[in-house]
Design a binder for this molecule. Structure first.
Ligand code: PLP
Length: 339
């Protein structure tokens, strides 16, 4: 697949490492777990949105935009990476933060990603839950246009066909690294939300005939809805790439058993997954996405879903900055006693 016809900026420290997790693999006693370190993409503490932003900001600059507008939950990693990218390219940035997690701690509203958004100088506006945030962004765009700006709208999670190209690139990287290491991959597992990551991976792996299964662990929507949404975007991405034939529906597989009470709401499985990754590998996961995704992987391993000896790649999509918005979920809200 040739991506050179798409406008693109470079933001990612690519290829990100593909690393073995020997201690966790041994502890869980199932397949060999590898991790694709997209938490180490390099921009503003990293994450999966950086790959999407290479193509989104590329398009924005090709349209001579002066200002990026996007939206997300209060602790959005997508917003943090978008406003950092805006700084790097001299663009203004406005983000609408949706109050999606009721009853959260003060850290949630002030630390973690919110602190970093402010450090990057973004204009932040809050919104109650349940609005059409793309429509809200369109209103902000009108306002900015009246002030002489040329705004570029980025949907939630950067998930449209242009953004998903970033994960086509990641699929190419993973296949290249697997060949380089002589590593047969049985399955790629990751947390799925706004769908761009899974759509890009599926289109990218299938477009290379790689026969690598992708399993998305949902952090929000029910299985059927998530699969439909991923498939729709994966097909659009497939068409944007101009790949012949039709993308098979069976390439899209999601599991929504690990959402818990809802998006951004801690679960015992998430706390266990984040704690195990920290204790066994010195690795930081996050409370909203990779913690739940990895909790799903751990549970599926314990249920014998994967064979011993086969290789599973977990795509670490980033988000550790969000940990600082969730100290209370780990029982550390109080801090140490000090003299
Ligand atoms: C946004 C995000 C995801 C989900 O990716 P989508 O492309 O929105 O499905 C996973 N992990 C982290 C840390 C994220 O910030």
């Amino acid at each position: 697949m040739n991506l050179t016809r798409f406008p693109r900026v470079r933001l990612t420290h690519a290829p990100t490492p593909l690393e073995h997790l020997p201690n966790l693999s041994r502890h869980l006693g199932g397949p060999e777990i590898y991790i694709k370190r997209d938490d180490a993409t390099g921009l503003a503490s990293g994450g999966n949105k950086t790959r999407k932003l290479e193509f989104l900001v590329g398009e924005a600059l090709s349209l001579k935009a002066t200002h990026l507008i996007t939206h997300g939950a209060t602790q959005s990693n997508h917003v943090r990476q978008t406003v950092a990218a805006a700084c790097k390219f001299g663009l203004g940035a406005t983000a609408l933060l949706e109050e999606r997690v009721a009853g959260a701690s003060p850290d949630y509203y002030g630390s973690g990603n919110v602190f970093l958004d402010r450090l990057f100088g973004a204009t932040l506006e809050t919104r109650p839950p349940g609005l059409d945030l793309n429509a809200e962004c369109a209103v902000v765009a009108e306002r900015l246009r009246a002030q002489g700006e040329r705004p570029y709208l980025i949907p939630g999670g950067g998930s449209n066909p242009v953004g998903a190209l970033g994960y086509v690139v990641c699929a190419q990287e993973i296949v290249y690294q697997a060949n380089d290491l002589g590593l047969p991959i049985a399955c790629v597992v990751h947390a799925t939300g706004s769908t761009g990551t899974q759509a890009g991976l599926v289109a990218g792996f299938e477009g290379q005939n790689s026969h690598i299964r992708v399993l998305g662990i949902s952090v929000r929507a029910a299985k059927d809805a998530q699969e439909e949404n991923v498939y729709r975007l994966a097909k659009q991405t497939w068409e944007l790439l101009g790949i012949r034939g039709e993308l098979p529906r069976a390439t899209v597989e999601a599991n929504s058993d690990y959402v818990g009470a809802g998006y951004g709401r801690p679960t015992p499985g998430m706390v266990e997954a984040v704690t195990l990754a920290a204790h066994f590998e010195g690795l930081l996961l996050d409370p909203v996405y990779t913690g739940k995704g990895f909790a799903g992987l751990i549970d599926l391993i314990r249920k014998g879903h994967f064979r011993k000896g086969e290789n599973i790649v977990f795509v670490h999509t980033g988000g550790s900055a969000g940990l600082f918005g969730y100290r209370d979920a780990f029982g550390f809200a109080d801090g140490l006693p000090h003299p």
